[in-house]
Design a protein around this ligand. Structure first.
Ligand SMILES: COC(=O)/C=C(\C#N)c1ccc(F)cc1
Length: 397
């Protein structure tokens, strides 16, 4: 069925359909498929689903010149800890990703895998089973009481990683980036948002370190910036993007609760802009808007209305991707598009509308999504959403 709540507005005459240079690519529309975990990878092996995932990305890259960021992808086994999320560290994983990236390029679209390291958001049982550490910025700064009990039941402590282990993770990111480029990707996105490992270092609620990676905004940003520099060295600044979520509460991060957390993002953006002015400008900065503070919330719930991320443009002068609850708010999308160099990520409604780009262009009604099937195994709610024409033929609307 179609969403009947919001009146669709044709965006074809806005900047959403003007080309823009992003790294070494030139997108022909500024709609972005943002990183969406779908939990369909094969276990064991963390291999992209051989039956469905090629179809899933093929459907969403049909409109030539569209930018896709993949679901979060683990650069190594210890970076993971979700059985049904994919990696890009083994040959069998890379074989599948190469087919997917080739298909996206066949559709004349672009693909940027998101490199994802879970830290304390991992499933401790999965890590204990595989004899892997349960890592974060600090020892035993638990997300919740339940998480603490679950980990202790699994007999696994939460480990504040050492400086050598930080260096090893940086090598993992580099390996993941190299593998992505080898499989044909146009670049990668560093995941520094949503409560995962880099966010656990950025946020004082989870980072209680007393070494040079904790204790101040500068120190808490150090790991993220070291990853940026290592990846720029390895694959070039025009193939590196980064995702930040200043207001995110997912993974029990501070969000807006601690007003000093917001300043961390201004600092990171400032350091990225200084690198840009020295000749190393990243391909993009991807901002998760306060309109979504947690991906589990229903549309519009959990939005933080006490502030915006407009200040990003005061600091960062490169390409910006803004994602968060835009599909049924075309008026906000139009507002965002008034800023230069801006692309818009559409998450949940790109799940349920494979032809979302066409629908946004023409102002066509949108298929509702089936939330219980966001992170479930079967192909239902993954590759069976109809295009607009298919939906009309099926009598929708
Ligand atoms: C991949 O990047 C993410 O941020 C993923 C999630 C978030 N937030 C996410 C959401 C739901 C899940 F079941 C697993 C990961």
């Amino acid at each position: 069925p179609f969403n009947t709540e919001s009146k669709p507005v044709a965006l074809k005459d806005t900047d959403l359909f003007k080309p823009l240079k992003v790294g070494n690519t030139t997108v022909l529309n500024r709609v972005v498929l943002p990183p969406l975990t779908r939990m369909r990878a094969h276990y064991p092996g963390n291999v992209p689903n051989r039956d469905w995932t090629l179809e899933y990305y093929d459907q969403r890259s049909k409109r030539p010149g569209t930018m896709l960021i993949t679901e979060g992808v683990f650069p190594s086994a210890k970076a993971g800890g979700y059985d049904n999320a994919p990696g890009i560290w083994t040959e069998e994983q890379m074989v599948e990703w190469k087919k997917i990236f080739d298909k996206i390029h066949e559709n004349e679209s672009f693909v940027w895998p998101q490199l994802w390291v879970l830290g304390r958001e991992a499933d401790p049982l999965s890590l204990a089973r595989d004899g892997l550490r349960y890592d974060s910025a600090s020892d035993n700064v638990w997300r919740t009481k339940e998480a603490e009990e679950e980990a202790k039941k699994a007999g696994i402590e939460q480990h504040g990683i050492t400086k050598d282990e930080i260096k090893q993770y940086i090598k993992d990111y580099v390996q993941g980036a190299r593998n992505s480029i080898k499989c044909g990707a146009d670049g990668i996105e560093i995941h520094a948002a949503n409560g995962y490992l880099l966010n656990q270092f950025l946020d004082p609620v989870s980072n209680k370190r007393t070494d040079e990676y904790g204790g101040s905004i500068k120190n808490r940003a150090c790991f993220t910036l070291e990853v940026v520099d290592a990846l720029v060295d390895a694959i070039g600044e025009d193939k590196v993007g980064i995702r930040l979520a200043p207001y995110n509460t997912n993974g029990d991060m501070s969000g807006s609760w601690d007003p000093t957390v917001f300043a961390h993002y201004a600092y990171v953006l400032g350091k990225l802009e200084k690198r840009a002015q020295a000749g190393k400008r990243l391909a993009f900065v991807h901002i998760f808007e306060p309109r979504v503070s947690n991906p589990w919330d229903n549309e519009g719930d959990g939005a933080y209305n006490g502030g915006t991320t407009d200040y990003v443009y005061s600091i960062w002068k490169g390409v910006v991707i803004r994602t968060g609850n835009l599909a049924i708010h075309p008026e906000i999308a139009k507002e965002f598009l008034k800023q230069p160099n801006t692309l818009l990520g559409y998450g949940r409604y790109f799940i349920s509308n494979p032809d979302l780009v066409d629908r946004l262009e023409k102002g066509l009604p949108l298929n509702l999504y089936d939330r219980p099937r966001f992170y479930a195994m079967p192909d239902k709610g993954y590759i069976d959403y109809p295009t607009y024409d298919e939906a009309i033929k099926m009598g929708w609307g």
